[in-house]
Design a protein around this ligand. Structure first.
Ligand code: AFP
Length: 322
């Protein structure tokens, strides 16, 4: 077995014990979700649950199971004041908020439409702090995040954290159930020739995104002077992990079908945590016109246009919007 444990790394970084407790609870929840995902087919947990979530989307049994695991595992964390989950409409207050308490925002199972086809899915989470006693504000800009992270349930179960020490990757040792450090400092290459977008929505995009897509698909004969590659897993955590490991740019822009909802991806518990991780790894994170981490959410489930990844490519896409 390699690398120091999650607890050792957090302790050596001088993280406060209450935050270590919460992060270990989150790691335990991810370990339990990984188990349920691996055994889903054996427990009849594929297909649809027959219910809808607050977004009006069909829930999968594992969406509900993952959410229940997170609520049950994290609720008793000593300084956790509130939960905001993709699967729960209202903010769940666990105690009277005190200054320095934590707020946990999470998408318990992202990419769950890939479960039946046994593709990688993940959990995305974000931790912020209560500003002062009695303050029930959860609509905070992403730059106020204390920790952002995700779990990736792939061939390996990984936990990736941005907690003030750059971006660190941990891998779950299946036998012992311990997360061990395997990527001490993840950084995103400044340049890339790989983009990720659901190209079937091309006709619904705004002009700057259409122009970007036309440039990169024109390849070496076009304005970029080089060929590009495309990937689309339809599982944001898997896309973002690939981008952290080898560079790339991920786009989920506004289009004619999602415009009235504000976009596809949710700001507080999907895009803002990924934006913190990407910026901590040296990448860029924008809506196309605004820095993601500066946005003040208008409601807990607000959606947002999203461009994340290699800094120079993200800057280029932002320039096309000006
Ligand atoms: P699901 O959780 O409903 O599978 O959605 C996954 C997701 O939010 C994100 O993880 C993907 O990048 C994106 O949606 C895929 O969207 P398309 O299905 O439109 O490609």
């Amino acid at each position: 077995m390699s690398g120091p444990t999650l607890r050792r790394v957090l302790t050596d970084a001088g993280q406060p014990s209450d935050l270590i407790f919460l992060l270990e609870d989150i790691a335990s929840a991810c370990r339990a979700v990984a188990y349920e995902v691996r055994n889903g087919p054996l427990k009849g947990n594929l297909g649809l649950a027959g219910s809808e979530n607050v977004q009006g989307e069909d829930q999968k049994p594992l969406d509900i199971i993952a959410n229940d695991i997170f609520v049950a595992t994290c609720t008793n964390s000593p300084r956790l004041a509130a939960l905001v989950s993709e699967e729960i409409e209202e903010v769940v207050w666990l105690k009277e908020p005190k200054e320095g308490d934590y707020l946990l925002f999470f998408d318990p199972l992202d990419g769950s439409s890939n479960l039946d086809t046994n593709l990688s899915v993940g959990t995305i989470f974000s931790i912020m702090k209560v500003a002062e006693d009695g303050d029930r504000t959860v609509l905070k800009p992403g730059r106020e995040q204390v920790v952002a992270g995700y779990a990736l349930y792939g061939p390996a179960t990984m936990l990736v954290l941005a907690a003030g020490q750059g971006v660190q990757g941990f891998t779950l040792h299946q036998g012992s159930g311990i997360f061990r450090l395997t990527q001490p400092r993840m950084t995103i290459p400044e340049e890339t020739s790989e983009f990720a977008i659901n190209a079937s929505r091309h006709r619904h995009w705004d002009a700057p995104i259409k122009r970007y897509y036309d440039e990169v698909t024109a390849g070496r004969d076009g304005p970029r002077g080089r060929d590009f590659n495309m990937r689309w897993v339809a599982s944001m955590v898997a896309e973002m992990h690939r981008i952290l490991m080898r560079g790339g740019v991920f786009l989920y822009p506004l289009d004619d079908r999602n415009r009235d909802k504000g976009g596809r991806l949710r700001l507080l518990y999907e895009v803002a945590p990924m934006a913190m991780i990407v910026e901590a790894a040296g990448g860029g994170a924008t809506t196309g016109t605004e820095r993601i981490l500066d946005l003040v959410p208008t409601e807990p489930h607000q959606r947002i246009a999203t461009v994340l990844g290699s800094k120079s490519e993200v800057d280029h896409i932002a320039a096309l919007h000006r």
